[in-house]
Structure formats: C-alpha cells, structure tokens
Write a protein that binds this ligand. Structure first.
Ligand code: KG4
Ligand code: ZN
Length: 338
C-alpha cells in the first residue's frame, strides 16, 4: 500500500510516499528554518503562508521524482494534531483535497505517533511492544507502545518540553534558532563539571519530569555572569545543561523499562539527535541488556515519511477520516482533545 503523507505542523513543509509503513519511496522537505531564524523562533503566520506556497509543488515533486502517478497512490495520510493551528490546517486542507480528488482514504495521524513510527522506517525488525522516549520541541513523554496504535503515557513533563529548554538557553547564549543542535555541538568541547545545574524530581508519578526549573537556573546563571561581568565558559555551560537534561530523562527511562519488562527501547523526536542523550541511552541499554533503537538524525526531526509510516498502521486499525477532519493545536497522543 502506497501512502502519500503530508506534514506541516511547524516550520517544515514535507511530503513523502511510503510503502506498507516501512519503505520510504521519497521524502521531500522544504524547511523554513532560515526564514524564522531572524525572529529567533517560529512566526506562526509566516509558517502558514510558506506551507501554502510549498505544499502543492512538493507533492508534485514527490510523484514526479518517483515516476508514480496519482493512480499509484492508495491513501493520503496527514498530521492533523498537534502543532501551530494555522500550519496544521494547511496540511489537513491539502490532504483532504488530494484524497477527495483521487477518491482515496484520508488517514489522520498524530504528529508524535509519527515521531515514534520513524523507528519503523529505520528498523524494519522493530515491532511493538516497546518503550519509547519521545523528546521533541513541544513534547517530552515516556510512552508504553503496546501496539502500533495502542499506547499508554507513563510519564510526561509537567511544564516545558526538553526541546523548548534547549532552544531557550541556546537563544540566550546567542546561538541561531533552533538552538538545540548548536548547543549540542558547543557542548562537545566543554567540561560539564564546571557548572552545577539542578535535576528536578517532581510530583507523585515517578515517570513525570520537569524542565522549567533547570531552564530558569541556566538562564539565571547566564544573566548573573553578564551582570557581574564574568566571562562564561559557553561550551562547559552547554555540556552541563545537556548533562542535566539527560540525567533527568535517563533514570526514568531505566525505571520504566524495568517496570514494563520490555526488551526493546526506542527514542523519537528532534531532541533524540542530542549526542549526550544518545550516549547515555546507549550505556543504559547495555546495562539493562535491552535492544536500543535510535533513528538516524535525518529521521529524528520533522518529516513526512514518519507520518506515512504511522498512517499505514492507523489505516490497518481502521482510523480513517472523512471530509469533516479538522486540525487541532493540542491533542493527546491517545486522541483526547486537551
Ligand atoms: O521533533 P522536532 O523536529 O519538532 C517538534 O515536533 O517539536 O524537534 C525540534 C527540537 C528543537 O527544539 C531542536 O532544537 C531540538 O529538537 N534539537 C536538538 C538537537 N537537534 C534538534 N536538541 C538537542 N540536541 C540536538 N542535537
Ligand atoms: Zn516533531
């Protein structure tokens, strides 16, 4: 089954064609990152306009470059939640029009379920059940992936997402948006013991996390140094920050793996590209004796191939939308409107 997949929830317009949920025939992305950089973050209105400009051409390009015609497409999958509402709407409207014009099923896909499904593209042998750490710009979740479309959230951040904090700290350090990757790069030459940053342990649920205290502590440290004219060792601060984020995440992942008894651990989302987190997960998986799945960096960030992968399993589960499909800025990975 060939699925034309559409993703437009944030600042990447993307169209892919994916076969049977596992094989990427083409994955086209038009990134808007350079446009938003001058503002230090995504400007929603600009994002929506750029999605409108790019989406039709990308879909055309996907068909032309694969030599496929519209008749070769069996269904259309689209990110319908969560994201910047105007941006998600562009993808949903395009997908509805495409499905209607081609007379093919329309499959709604939750963006975070898509991130998890990036693992199915990278690792053909991976099948649920497994534990997945989801770390993106807007989400930080520990998910029990019981089946392709049956999931349970074991833990979540109670405030900021890990990616948001990376971006905020990087921005204050003068790094270009989105700062997570730049901060990660700077951290490589730092000495993390030079700065001490907190590791929060919030709430009643042992799997919940909090990052706002860590973010505030890092920002206070930077501003205080500015005020007293002290020169910051930026690589070391970046290393200490990455270390604090990873130290918040990894013990919870270890505990969750032990509780579920799963032998498979996956990671998903843009922040899954972080080298400290990847290194710590590798060590944790070795110690636990579980198989670790970490998608290549190209599949960690936003893309449409992951939407096509999850779309296939949503289709098999009967999750098909009609022309009333709406876009949602917020929706839980379990489908509940928040
Ligand atoms: O999953 P994603 O592409 O978009 C969302 O769904 O949010 O994640 C984007 C986030 C941004 O916050 C970006 O700074 C972060 O992923 N990111 C990183 C790294 N690469 C991307 N954060 C830390 N280290 C990295 N190497
Ligand atoms: Zn994403």
């Amino acid at each position: 089954m060939r699925i034309l997949a559409v993703e437009s929830s944030c600042d990447e317009t993307a169209v892919a064609i994916v076969e049977d949920g596992r094989r990427v025939l083409i994955d086209c992305i038009a990134s808007q990152v350079d446009l938003h950089r001058i503002y230090g973050g995504v400007v929603p209105e600009i994002a929506s306009r750029k999605h409108i400009e790019a989406i039709y051409g990308l879909a055309d390009q996907a068909l032309q470059n694969t030599g496929l015609t519209r008749g070769d497409i069996d269904a259309v999958a689209v990110t319908y939640a969560p994201g910047l509402i105007g941006a998600v709407l562009v993808g949903v409207n395009f997908a509805k029009a495409a499905a209607l014009a081609m007379n093919k099923p329309l499959i709604p896909v939750h963006h975070i379920r898509g991130h998890i499904a990036a693992n199915y593209l990278a690792f053909p042998e991976l099948k649920p059940p497994f534990l997945c750490l989801v770390v993106s710009g807007g989400h930080t979740l520990i998910v029990d992936v019981k089946d392709y479309t049956k999931m349970e959230i074991l833990g979540t951040t109670l405030d900021d997402a890990a990616g948001e904090c990376f971006d905020k700290v990087a921005r204050v350090l003068g790094m270009p948006y989105p700062g997570g990757a730049a901060l990660d790069k700077a951290a490589q030459s730092g000495d993390e013991s030079k700065y001490s940053l907190p590791r929060s342990k919030p709430g009643v649920n042992p799997y919940d996390m909090s990052f706002s205290g860590l973010k505030t502590a890092a920002l206070n440290l930077i501003h205080h140094a500015e005020q007293i004219g002290e020169e910051l060792d930026i690589p070391s601060l970046c290393a200490a920050f990455s270390g604090a984020v990873s130290d918040t995440l990894i013990p919870k992942v270890i505990q969750a793996i032990k509780q579920t008894g799963y032998q498979q651990l996956a990671v998903a989302g843009g922040v899954a590209a972080n080298s400290r987190i990847r290194g710590d997960l590798t060590k944790a998986a070795q110690q636990l004796g579980v198989k670790l799945y970490m998608p290549p960096l190209s599949l960690c960030g936003d893309n449409a191939a992951m939407i096509g992968a999850q779309g296939y399993y949503e289709y098999l589960a009967g999750n098909i939308a009609d022309m009333n499909l709406n876009a949602y800025a917020t929706k839980s990975i379990l489908g509940e409107t928040l």
